[in-house]
Design a protein. Sequence first.
Lengths: 270, 271, 157
Amino acid sequence: MPADNLVEIKDLDFAYDDRPILNGISMQIPRGKVVAIMGGSGCGKTTLLRLIGGQLKPSRGDVLVDGRSVPRLKDDELYALRRRMGMLFQFGALFTDISVFDNVAYQMREHTDLPEELIRDMVLMKLNAVGLRGAHQLMPAELSGGMARRVALARAIALDPMLIMYDEPFAGLDPISLGVIGQLIRKLNDALGATTIMVTHDIQESLLIVDYIYFMSDGKVVALGTPDEIRASRHPFVHQFVFAEADGPVPFHYPAPPLAHELLGKGARP
Amino acid sequence: MSKRESGPGPLLSTIASIGHHVTDALQRLGFASRFFVMLLLCSGQSFRRPNLTIREIYYSGFQSLLIIMVSGLFIGMVLGMQGYETLQRYGSADALGILVALSLVRELGPVVAALLFASRAGSSITAEIGLMKATEQLTAMDMMAVNPIARVVAPRFWGGVISMPLLAALFSATGVFGGYLIGVVFIGVDDGAFWSQMQASVDFRYDIWSGIVKSFVFGVAVSLIAVFEGYDALPTAEGVSSSIKSTVVKSALAILALDFVLTSFMFREAG
Amino acid sequence: MSRKLLDLWVGFFVALGLAGVLFLALKVGNLSAANFSEAYPLTAKFANIGGLKVRAPVKSAGVVVGRVADVRFDPETYEAVVTFSIDGRYHFPKDTFALILTSGLLGEQYIGLDPGGDEKMLKPGDVIAKTQSAVVLEKLISQFMFNKASEGPAANQ
């Protein structure tokens, strides 16, 4: 991997109250690349994004973004850093009380003193990039799921961020929207010269667009590699994931006592 | 492992659950206080953009006008009728103006207006902030380097604080008018006696000003409860709905308890 | 909603609210009638003030000219020291008489000022020398009964 990493995660631990989520995660996200973080639901992927964005503090280890340690930043420094990050939330998280146009213009109005005509041009350009320039007057409630995701994408790139993070960009989309979003993620990353981290469990779509993949399970990195390496991998976890097998290293059952014991009387209680 | 086999006895577990509730309540109180301090610290930031607060005055103040004025009118009319009923037995129907005005400006105006405000505006503030939290809009705002307390919470709080005294004054004013309507226009109490007796015994600094102070305090309490319950809501449908319920219940309790405290301070020497 | 329209409605709301306050202040309250901003204090000592309370009116010829500001007990003379503030527009002669009166038979008590004929006027902070205490109904009744009782046997004889 190249030495120039935009994001570096070093031996990171995190726990909600007493429930450990991440155990000793280390990752390097090289500048200019699209990197996917994969794993089953609830393995701590979203938590990882929040740690990179500084919304959560790790219990051990460090997160470096552009060479600066995120957990140690002061509030105003953190806000300055976040202006250079864009994040797409799982369900878009558009502001429902303002129009599509105002959603995309939101950060420009909050953080810059640009004249309204210039903001208008910039917003229309961003919306054009996601193919929704014609929808700028609609309210978020009038959009379909895929369109809302694209508007959120336009909002995430409003200030031309150096780092774009996607939290489950493909969740709940039809195959056509899914392909559209996938292509957009790749295209926007290259056009903006940004770096992309994408948390997802949609392996087939990801293999088409990303440069590098990390596999996570139980709060640890279990496998990593380029799409070609992943396809060829003999790792049982990766194999299960790529071929969508129901059972394997990721168990079908939530940990529980054997079914027979639970059905056949209390005496068998452990 | 079952609780019954190894856990404490029923008495001990009752005590433990009481203790748990107490620590929970204290923890929430602590968080609420910290939240209030954060809110005050962020207020300077949001005052630099007065448009945000003006918008909230529109939603919580202007849109509550109708319910406040209509309720005020009816309460004043009822006071006029009941007051006349009682006063005329003692031959002092002329004092109707005093009764209507004093009960409105001292008590009913601030208290009833605050109760209406809590259920009309407070609950919708809680719902709005709670839903923004549930749909990750607050998190998204935070990730966009916009402080949600300064941008969303503080304007709503100050909008409520500013609206409340104005609404209470309007409530009292329409109420006095309602009392006049019933007492003077319909029943026929002497017009001059109604106003002059009222003016002779309602003191601006003493009665009206303390009513305004009361409604300001209620405004702070209701707005704080409303924004806090919204901000602290669990990000689910049940969480938001129970926060709304809790806003209305807690506001009502806070208003009535504060009213008792303030009244005992303000009107003590009048005895 | 456009910003101008929003501002307009909020402006309307605030103006209406302030009008409400003004209505309460001028029409319901007595801010216009009794502006005691330039009031001056006077003091009087009474042997008994009855039920006189702070903020009770001070009247002269039936017109309210001030209000009772403070009631204290003087531990040396065992008298009640009443301070009241008088509207700055009115001045009273040195030999003004201060009485504690009752409005109606059972009404509230107030201070009545009977002006004398002195050339000199009372200055702010002065003490009114001539006072008459409150008529306490119980005392009056017991006095009356006592008189009756002492008269009674004499009449029989």
